[in-house]
Design a protein around this ligand. Structure first.
Ligand code: CA
Ligand code: CA
Ligand code: CA
Ligand code: CA
Length: 392
């Protein structure tokens, strides 16, 4: 525990994806339980670990079975799942910033994943990625947030009918910084082709770039200046009755705020307000953010990860954990969030990415975190009474 690895552990998150990656054909109860893949950036030993969700949560500590690790050629950043070869098993795509490459691990269908030849990118420092069929041709494409020089780019890998990838680099004029996290969603209403997904990229130069998907490889870039380097972003339908999603991002240097923006319907984002957690600001480091339903109401909530620090004096330690901001369904959230302990910072745990899924299939979403600085992920099974519904 707590094995350190210089910049990787201190500054790079461990990407995490929840998807049905492994099915035990001898165990019908296994069906439908989502599995977890997480990238390990410790050197040496850069790899992907897959946790098979057996579905037996009677003893939570043994509900996940570790598979792998499956070796990568260099330090990874993020991972997403998609069936890239059409065999109905979800494969894994991993960004390798130091190499400027993308790795695809093929799911062999028996709990094993095999590295295929890495794909050279035309941009450098790929970080976040998203897997989606961006031109509605039935083949999954990949969009990567990256950079050229000091300016952020999005590189799209279009999957062709002969299984090759065609690269397209989309410039984001006037923005600065590295691309960090990228997400896909229907951000702008499209009368002709409502299913076309747009892309939203955050940069550590303080920008959010929406790439409005016009189809046929055409994207209009709409830029919003957020003033602060961004770490994580997530979309969510925060306002009941409003179809287009709003946005929440983590404000990295301030280290104690999430910022909520409302969709302006043209691809831009209107700043609403920050949400502050009151746990000794400065003694915590914000990580990622995820959106979803986390209590018994139908309103969308969001969850942040925070990494605590160990102090030489009282109170000695500031716990690492997750913070849930309960949504009111009108685009606002509770003032006082709920904190849940993940791990002891004396173990070096710095929770980074958070993902939401119903791990035990009881009908209520749970939270999974990647704990940078350790060899652990944490699964927080939702005990509903712990998170009362928002008022309002
Ligand atoms: Ca596959
Ligand atoms: Ca496609
Ligand atoms: Ca809720
Ligand atoms: Ca659950």
């Amino acid at each position: 525990m707590g094995e350190d690895n210089g910049g990787c552990v201190d500054s790079s998150p461990l990407g995490l994806v929840i998807a049905e990656l492994v099915d035990d054909p001898n165990d019908p109860a296994d069906d439908g339980y989502p599995d977890v893949a997480v990238v390990n950036c410790l050197h040496p030993g850069e790899s992907v670990s897959v946790f098979h969700n057996t579905g037996d949560w009677s003893v939570p500590a043994s509900a996940l079975t570790l598979l792998g690790p499956f070796t990568l050629s260099d330090e990874p950043y993020d991972v997403k799942a998609g069936d890239f070869d059409g065999d109905e098993d979800l494969d894994l795509a991993v960004t390798l910033p130091w190499e400027g490459k993308l790795a695809i691990l093929e799911n062999l269908g028996n709990g094993q994943f095999e590295m295929t030849p890495t794909i050279d990118l035309d941009t450098s420092w790929p970080t976040g990625l998203v897997v989606a069929d961006l031109n509605l041709d039935g083949r999954l494409d990949i969009a990567v947030g990256s950079t050229v020089g000091q300016s952020p780019k999005v590189e799209i890998l279009w999957k062709e009918s002969d299984a090759s990838w065609t690269h397209q680099v989309i410039d984001i004029p006037e923005a600065t910084g590295f691309g960090t996290e990228i997400v896909a969603g229907s951000v702008v209403k499209k009368l002709q082709t409502p299913a076309l997904l747009d892309l939203v990229l955050a940069t550590d130069g303080g920008y959010v770039a929406t790439l409005v998907n016009r189809g046929n490889g055409q994207f209009d870039v709409v830029l919003t200046y957020t003033e602060v380097p961004t770490y994580g972003i997530a979309l969510g339908r925060f306002r009941a009755g409003v179809i287009l999603p709003d946005l929440v991002l983590t404000d990295y240097p301030a280290m104690d705020r999430a910022q909520v923006y409302w969709n302006d319907v043209y691809g831009g984002w209107n700043y609403k307000r920050p949400y502050v957690f009151d746990l000794d600001p400065g003694l915590y480091q914000l990580g990622g953010v995820a959106t979803g339903r986390l209590n018994a109401d139908t309103k969308i909530d969001f969850v942040l990860t925070v990494a605590g620090y160990v102090d030489p004096g009282p109170p000695y330690r500031h716990p690492s954990g997750i913070i849930v901001f309960v949504g009111y369904g009108d685009g606002t959230f509770v003032e006082t969030p709920y904190f849940f302990h993940v791990d002891d910072p004396r173990n070096g745990a710095k929770p980074k990415f958070a993902k939401i899924a119903d791990m035990d299939q009881d009908g209520f979403n749970d939270v999974v975190t990647s704990n940078n600085g350790t060899h652990n992920i944490s699964v927080l099974i939702n005990a509903l009474e712990a998170i009362p519904p928002g008022g309002g």
